[in-house]
Design a protein around this ligand. Structure first.
Ligand code: 0A1
Ligand code: ZN
Length: 885
């Protein structure tokens, strides 16, 4: 039985380490195939650990060259295996162990540990990559002070970087080599270790901290790309300032370095003082990057920087606590972006991501809690649940205890836990102290997986002038958690009168059952049990409830609002999230009905009143970015999740296309006007307001073309030709790609010719073609895989082309199973080289059970085929087993 699998790691089994490593001195001599690493570990028995136990260090694919104990070469008393080093009877005092290993960075295709990206050496150690560099206690609760000496060929690697401050550099006499010594005074776990060696250009700047210390900033990039790092540098300085003003957190080293590499498994990594980035989150110029790319850079630069306090200064005790640093840092980066851009728009964007990624995860076989209690492979827990839902829990906590108690709590956390490896309990204890509130019930959010659904049944009694609300919550079962308990759910609410005006909860409602005055004063109802009944009295007019304002909890809201109520909300609700949600709910109703019964006639009156509600909202003007969001229908994945079972992706696609065309037709006058009025010949600026105008104009183009391809295609073609920035050019190309026209092929060809030398732009070109909904896309993707633009070894290329296809709901789920077979084969091809990337592709199968029976069988067959392969990586084995369980 799998449950007895010895590889399962359990939270309840946590034990403090038996040894501590106070200091770590690393000496690395870089060489393409034979890099030498000599580490000197200052060890001592941990008073909190067990006595008289062997010292077991982690290792992975290492070649051991020699060991010394307190300077004396050791011949026996130790043993080495593929995954560890054991010293049978270590001294019971402080001692020093010197270990020499040999590595081959050129053969490291997993991109974990020390590897090559282009001609540079770089590292990735989170979660368990440090053990691929040297034997160590590779766990986050072992904090050490690092001194790192790097030596390399002077011409090959003039730049040598590691964590902390540079303390020495020089030439190695009688050789063509040089060295640099870095010292990081802050104790850190080894997952935050980093080093870089290479011939890189840089963009430099300085930042003066709030206490007046000058910090040297540098962003290292491939020569020639320095100009493309300017926006990232600007974002970095804004993030540094923001952490000072919003959280009183100051940067703590003399230098802050960022290195952009083109081969990276994830987005970026927060290594202390030396962040390493996937270059797509650093490089941008108006002609190469879209508004979304700029926003992504700003967010990820801030995210990694903000980790300095939430993750690095205070780290995690064990990997079960991953959300402690990730959820909190995502919350902080969302707040940063809200302050830099529009709070409402940021919230809507975050909710869209949460639904698309996290709700989908919760709805399938890979559902897990924000703090899982077991894992087989930690790499598989860098998920939307840990990151996005983790952030939602912090946000909910803030809503529940209020802004003041939240800010006192977080300051207490910084004071109390600085320099430690903490737990979720340590975190919550600070907010219990600051708010005086018992957070034990709230803590269940960390343990219990699944998306709760909250139902609000409202009935208005005209004679009694009362509105009665029946609130209930339910969380569906998830793997390993059949029975769920009620959670603490903060529901921000308001009441809207028929005339569209907000009725103040306090003034106009003089009596109520079950809700405390304090709650209503804050416009917040706390649902703590399975049901709650509330009656509002003295309401002279019929009211519409405006619920889950600001998306106050990560739940699925089930409301019996009529179509008229939704139209009213869409037009008048003071809360932008509710306004946007009303449009989404309305559209979802139509789209679900269309997909469930494609053969029955269309709901013409429903469609007409929906498009009319949108027309009103568009005519009312307002923030263009918001209007663009209103006009963007729920995604195919959202609709599939809503349907839940027996899903037919073709029917979903068709229904969505038809509704898009309906909107485009009904609003053609308004959209055409917007398209003309929003044209601009001002120089490109990535700011939120300009980006919002471009977003609305491009949404208008898209809807107009959906309604009338013959009219839209020339507009798109002209925009493609004359665009002064990548946002407008790629938007036009995207519209053309949805048409099956010669214009599409011409534009793709021209785009290719123009940008063939630029990998990040070619990624856009690859993924556009992979996401085309038409038959023939798979053949196209296979063809593109054979071109020189593509490489299976580069995660960005794989994600763009193969990942793009896996996200293509229609073609991945093609009824003949060809999409499943293709992605399955890619997973098997990639797994031996880079399990990380293989797993990301494999997770496309997480929706397999909700498909109609034929697709379901075909997807299952592919998953079983993968499962039957004996040599799978632990990463892929874990996901495939869970997907089939
Ligand atoms: N801590 C990083 C995420 C990350 C995790 C694993 C990696 O290696 C495979 C890389 C990055 C973050 O939150 O940005
Ligand atoms: Zn992070």
């Amino acid at each position: 039985m799998r449950t007895e699998d010895p590889q399962i790691i359990r939270l309840v089994d946590y034990r403090p380490p038996d040894f501590l490593i106070d200091r770590m001195s690393l000496d690395i001599k870089l060489d393409l195939k034979k890099t030498r690493a000599i580490s000197r570990l200052s060890l001592r028995p941990n008073p909190a650990g067990r006595a008289d136990v062997p010292l077991v260090l982690d290792g992975d694919e290492l070649v051991l060259l020699g060991v010394k104990l307190d300077g004396e070469p050791l011949q026996e008393c130790y043993s080495v295996t593929a995954d560890g080093f054991t010293l049978a009877a270590p001294p019971r005092r402080n001692f020093e162990l010197e270990i020499e290993t040999e590595l081959d960075p050129s053969a490291n295709t997993k991109l974990m540990g020390l590897y090559r990206s282009g001609s540079a050496y770089c590292t990735q150690c989170e979660a368990e990559g440090f053990r691929r560099i040297t034997y160590f206690l590779d766990r986050p609760d072992v904090l050490s002070i690092y001194t790192t000496r790097i030596e390399a060929d002077r011409a090959e690697a003039p730049i040598l970087l590691s964590n902390g401050n540079l303390v020495e550099r020089g030439d190695v006499p009688q050789s063509n080599r040089h060295y640099a010594v870095w010292h990081d005074p802050f104790p850190k776990p080894c997952y935050l270790f980093a080093l870089v060696g290479g011939d890189l250009g840089s963009l430099r700047d300085t930042f003066t901290t709030m206490s007046g210390r000058k910090v040297d900033l540098a962003i290292y990039v491939e020569h020639g790309n320095e100009r493309r790092a300017a926006y990232a540098m600007d974002a970095l300085k804004r993030a540094m300032r923001w952490d000072e003003t919003a959280y009183k957190r100051e940067y703590d080293l003399d230098v802050f370095n960022i290195v952009a590499v083109s081969d990276f498994n994830m987005g970026a990594m927060e290594n202390k003082g030396l962040n390493i980035f996937n270059d797509r989150y650093v490089l941008a110029l108006p002609e190469t990057a879209t508004d979304a790319d700029y926003a992504g850079i700003e967010r990820v630069i801030a995210h990694e920087y903000l980790h300095n306090w939430t993750g690095n200064r205070i780290t995690c005790r064990d990997w079960f606590q991953l959300c402690l640093k990730e959820g909190l840092t995502v919350f902080r980066d969302q707040e940063f972006t809200s302050d830099q851009r529009s709070r409402a728009l940021q919230r809507i964007a975050d909710v869209r991501t949460l639904r698309a990624q996290q709700f989908s995860e919760d709805a399938g076989p890979l559902a897990h809690s924000v703090r899982p209690d077991t894992y087989r492979e930690i790499n598989n827990f860098y998920t939307a649940t840990v990151y996005e839902k983790g952030a939602e829990l912090v946000r909910m906590l803030k809503v529940l205890i209020g802004d003041d108690a939240f800010s006192r709590g977080i300051q207490l956390y910084f004071e109390r836990c600085d320099g430690t490896a903490a737990t979720v309990e340590d975190f919550l204890a600070c907010f219990e102290a600051s708010s005086g509130r018992d957070l034990q019930h709230f803590a269940l959010w960390y343990e219990q997986a699944g998306t709760p659904s909250v139902t609000i049944a409202a009935s208005y009694d005209q004679d009694a002038k009362t509105l009665s609300l029946e609130l209930s919550q339910e969380t569906p079962p998830t793997p390993g958690q059949p029975d769920k308990k009620p959670l603490v759910i903060p529901l921000a609410i308001g009441l809207i009168g028929e005339s569209g005006t907000e009725l103040p909860l306090k003034a106009e409602i003089d009596a109520f059952d079950g809700a405390s005055a304090a709650e209503l004063k804050r416009g917040l109802i706390e649902l703590t049990s399975a049901r709650r009944h509330i009656v509002f009295r003295d309401l002279g007019e019929r009211v519409v409830i405006s619920a889950l304002r600001g998306f106050s909890a990560p739940v699925q809201l089930v409301q019996s609002a009529s179509d008229e109520d939704l139209s009213l909300q869409c037009a008048f609700d003071p809360d932008p999230c509710v306004r946007w949600q009303a449009a989404q709910t309305y559209a979802t109703r139509l789209l679900v009905a269309a997909a469930r019964a494609p053969a029955s006639g269309r709901n013409h009156s429903g469609i007409a009143s929906f498009t009319e509600a949108l027309r009103k909202a568009v005519s009312a003007g307002g923030d263009p970015a918001f209007t663009a969001q209103l006009l963007t229908l729920p995604s195919e994945t959202d609709i599939a999740r809503e349907i839940g079972d027996n899903v037919d992706p073709d029917a979903i696609y068709d229904g969505r296309q038809r509704l898009r065309a309906d909107v485009g037709r009904a609003l053609s006058t308004e959209l055409l006007r917007l398209y003309r009025d929003l044209a601009s010949d001002a120089p490109y600026s990535p700011d939120a307001a300009s980006a919002g105008r471009r977003a609305l104009r491009n949404t208008a183009l898209d809807l107009l073309t959906s309604a009338d391809e013959a009219a839209g295609t020339p507009l798109a073609r002209a925009q493609f030709d004359t665009a002064s920035n990548m946002t407008d050019r790629i938007a036009a190309l995207t519209v053309l790609c949805l048409t099956e026209s010669a214009a599409r092929e011409d534009a793709l060809e021209e785009f290719y010719k123009r940008y063939a030398g630029d990998a990040l732009i070619i990624d856009k070109w690859l993924s556009l073609q992979a996401t085309m909904p038409h038959p023939g896309t798979l053949d196209r993707v296979r063809g593109l895989m054979r071109t020189e633009q593509f490489s299976m070894a580069n995660p960005n290329r794989v994600r763009a082309l193969i990942g793009g296809f896996a996200a293509n709901q229609r073609q991945f789920n093609a009824p003949d199973g060809s999409g499943y077979d293709f992605i399955g084969e890619c997973v098997l091809l990639l797994d031996p080289k880079n399990p990380h990337v293989a797993v990301r592709l494999l997770s496309a199968f997480r929706t397999w059970r909700m498909m109609e029976p034929r697709r379901c069988r075909l997807a299952e067959a592919m998953l079983r085929r993968i499962q039957g392969v004996a040599s799978l990586s632990p990463d892929v084995r874990d996901i495939v087993d869970r997907s089939l369980a």
